[in-house]
Design a protein around this ligand. Structure first.
Ligand SMILES: CC(C)(COP(=O)(O)OP(=O)(O)OC[C@H]1O[C@@H](n2cnc3c(N)ncnc32)[C@H](O)[C@@H]1OP(=O)(O)O)[C@@H](O)C(=O)NCCC(=O)NCCS
Length: 173
């Protein structure tokens, strides 16, 4: 199934397909709305899509996250990520994560933040953000679900405090 998988950056004209994937993967339109709001705000982001032939089957978004207050450090937050239900557990999500991390590393992004399943993200090198003194801005986030990855050497040195996503996320995470 994944033999014809290809991953590429979002292009103009992909917005409707990306919305479909997010609506298909999540139970509510919250994530699809966040993606649309970030695009409308022209936020700095990396948006990748996965296609099988001409069918858009997956999407991943990274957008800016700041950590700390005075002299806040800026990295990228991974959210949301979505794969069409009929294509899940076939490696598409992993391929999107790996491609995204590779691009952001090449661009010099120092670190990534993710709020997600603690059984899933450690395979890409994510560790509990609390290890680095980084905490979530949201109440009630389980410690092990809030994770970070140092992407460039020393990228998390001196980085600690509250991590804040773009305002377009609202209370979505
Ligand atoms: C999470 C998601 C993007 C992963 O994509 P995928 O193509 O299924 O992922 P892969 O095939 O690379 O990896 C499959 C692994 O993800 C796990 N997985 C699937 N859905 C998951 C979920 N919602 N949370 C955590 N892990 C999940 C599977 O158990 C599987 O684990 P295994 O390899 O140990 O068996 C996809 O399942 C999805 O769209 N889920 C619904 C939306 C969602 O919860 N997004 C993540 C939060 S932003």
């Amino acid at each position: 199934m994944t033999t014809a998988l290809s991953i590429r950056p979002e292009q103009p004209g992909d917005a409707a397909g990306i919305r479909e994937v997010n609506l298909g993967a999540f139970e509510s339109p919250i994530e699809a709305d966040v993606v649309d709001r970030l695009r409308a705000a022209r936020a700095t982001q990396l948006s990748l899509i996965a296609e099988i032939g001409a069918e858009l089957v997956g999407h991943i978004l990274f957008s800016e996250v700041t950590v700390g207050d005075a002299e806040a450090a800026t990295g990228m937050g991974l959210a949301p990520m979505a794969v069409m239900p009929e294509h899940q557990s076939g490696g598409i999500g992993s391929a999107l994560v790996r491609q995204g991390l590779e691009i952001l590393r090449a661009e010099g992004c120092p670190f990534i933040i993710v709020l997600g399943h603690p059984d899933y993200y450690p395979r890409f090198g994510f560790v509990a953000a609390s290890r680095h003194g980084i905490t979530s801005e949201y109440d009630g986030v389980p410690d092990e679900a809030f994770m970070t990855l140092e992407l460039t050497p020393g990228g998390l040195e001196g980085v600690s405090g509250v991590a804040r996503y773009r305002p377009e996320f609202g209370v979505a995470i």
